[in-house]
Design a protein around this ligand. Structure first.
Ligand SMILES: Cc1ncc(C[n+]2csc(CCOP(=O)(O)OP(=O)(O)O)c2C)c(N)n1
Ligand SMILES: [Mg+2]
Length: 359
């Protein structure tokens, strides 16, 4: 089931005699190999809508950035849509919590947050989800149990482990999903968190969004063990490698992971093999990969084209898909108009929701 998103070869693949998600250490209880989720037609349509919304929203954000309407950093999620949509669709919004890094717009949209308040956050408006003070990297909604949006690479992993501790301590039945990147997976704090999470059997799913690159370094140039699902082995945390370009594989793996974690067996790692089409942030000379490589992933593995094929197989007509496309464009255009015209925060907002030290 674990299909690599790009055609690159990896260090361990060539010499490996094992299946992709097979552990290095045998005789330990392991989750079953997940299957692809069997979605109903309505669910498939919903996945398509959400993935398309993320794609069009991010394209629009890129345009607004180019027009100077968005300040600071802005990291787009284009190419990775199946990961957030597949995973979020399996969560229980009333009890599960989510935390991620700075590439966070897609996760918020997949969570069903209003595109207008996300776009308004990007343009720094009072109506933005963080009152315009967080911007692209610091989206936050305690109401939705969405705990950011973090600019420090890897920091969300120990923070998420703390959220999972909270779920266990409060016995609220919730699971935390902590998303982080392939680059972040080389940070020391990740492993301190892994140790504690397994030791205390915390309810957390560590999702490594392996989009093949950190800022400009490919995973196989920077990782001694580039099969990232194995990174928990020495902490006894099982890992599963998943085709992150296939929303049904993402959802299927989420079901397996939730079953493992909710039954009290402790944390699990999902390595989602995916790909980022755009630059790391808005200014990226992209000298670390060829245009052909990007084009080849778009042609062969695009997650939205993938779900469109599933829709066609389920009997959804081309016209219906076009109508959805039109509707999504309208939602995104309205969000952009709103974000351009909504008022900026009052100067007094500088002093609210911030930690002010006394000297
Ligand atoms: C502690 C820390 N070190 C370095 C940076 C600069 N930085 C920002 S993003 C990034 C790359 C992270 O790549 P990855 O974890 O693969 O996530 P992706 O951007 O691919 O989603 C780096 C090095 C930072 N923000 N924080
Ligand atoms: Mg990356």
């Amino acid at each position: 089931m674990a299909k690599a998103a790009s055609s690159r070869s990896t260090k361990s693949e060539s010499g490996s005699k094992t299946g992709k998600s097979e552990p290095l250490i045998p005789n330990r209880e392991r989750p079953d190999e997940p299957g692809r989720y069997k979605a109903s037609k309505d669910e498939l349509v919903q996945f398509y809508r959400q993935m398309l919304l993320i794609r069009r929203f991010e394209e629009k954000a890129g345009q607004l950035y180019g027009l100077g309407l968005i300040g600071g950093f802005c990291h787009l999620y284009i190419g990775q849509e199946a990961v957030a949509v597949g995973i979020q669709s399996g969560l229980d919004g009333d009890r599960d919590s989510v935390i991620t890094g700075y590439r966070d717009h897609g996760h918020m949209l997949a969570y069903g947050l209003d595109p207008k308040v996300i776009m308004a956050e990007l343009t720094g408006r009072d109506a933005g989800i963080s009152k315009g003070k967080g911007g692209s990297m610091h989206m936050f909604s305690t109401e939705k149990k969405f705990y950011g949006g973090h600019g420090i690479v890897g920091a969300q992993v120990p923070l998420g482990t703390g959220l999972a501790f909270g779920h266990k301590y409060n016995e609220d039945g919730g699971v935390c999903v902590a998303y982080f990147g392939d680059g972040a997976s080389n940070q020391g704090q990740v492993y301190e968190a892994f140790n504690m999470a397994e030791l205390w059997k915390l309810p957390i799913i560590f999702v490594i969004e392996n989009n093949q690159y950190a800022m400009g370094t490919s995973v196989n140039r920077s990782a001694a063990e580039d099969q990232l699902f194995r990174r928990g082995e020495s902490f006894r945390i099982p890992g599963i490698q998943v085709d992150g370009m296939d929303v049904l594989a993402a959802r299927g793996a989420t079901e397996t992971a939730l079953e493992w974690v909710r039954s009290g067996k402790g944390p699990i790692i999902l390595e989602m093999k995916t790909y980022r089409y755009r630059g790391h942030s808005m200014s990226d000379p992209a000298k670390y990969r060829s245009r052909e490589e990007v084009q080849s992933v778009r042609d062969k593995s695009d997650p939205i084209e993938h779900v469109k094929r599933e829709l066609a197989d389920a009997g959804v007509a081309e016209d219906e898909m076009k109508a959805i496309e039109k509707e999504i464009r309208k939602i995104v255009n309205e969000a952009a108009d709103y974000a351009e015209t909504a008022p900026e925060p009052e100067p007094e907002e500088l002093y609210t929701d911030v930690l002010v030290g006394k000297y």
